[in-house]
Design a protein around this ligand. Structure first.
Ligand code: ZN
Length: 156
């Protein structure tokens, strides 16, 4: 399903999904949020340690597909040491990257490996899940976030 992705980008994504970085519960986290993508079954918990408005440490746990895990992993490596404002700006850039073929032209560094995701609409929510959880954690909303617009209780 990734035939159209650049080989190098695909390697980076596979590497991060197989060996996710910062994949642990964060001791001393003062913010946490859970994200759930019911379309794919991805579940990501993001832990933050905020020092004033700086993300001094960040980690995640969870299970899901390669894209969701790789995205969370790359996100944590990108955001450590960033301010809340910088993180929110990167979220906006990332969302534009994976939902359109028009990145806004600024250097987004490692996040560029997800540029091909917009060609796979079913994968966009996988890629963005960790970022939704991040924003929720930054805003101090510890509750479960979902990629669905109108979440409903699961039917058994
Ligand atoms: Zn997924």
């Amino acid at each position: 399903m990734f035939e159209d992705l650049n080989d190098l980008y695909q390697q980076v994504i596979l590497d991060h999904s197989r060996s996710p970085r910062n994949f642990k519960k964060l001791d001393g986290a003062n913010r946490v949020a859970h994200g759930h993508n019911p379309l794919c079954g991805d579940r990501i918990t993001v832990y933050l340690h905020l020092d004033g408005d700086v993300i001094s440490d960040i980690s995640f746990e969870g299970s899901g597909c390669a894209i969701s895990k790789a995205s969370a992993s790359v996100m944590t490596t990108t955001l450590k040491g960033k301010t809340i404002a910088e993180a929110q700006k990167m979220f906006a850039q990332f969302r534009q990257l994976v939902t359109t073929d028009k990145p806004d032209g600024e250097d987004i560094g490692k996040l560029a490996v997800f540029a091909g995701v917009h060609k796979f609409p079913a994968r966009v929510k996988c890629a963005i899940l960790a970022w939704h959880a991040l924003v929720s954690a930054l805003e101090g909303r510890p509750c479960m976030v979902t990629t669905e617009e109108n979440p409903t209780a699961p039917k058994s």
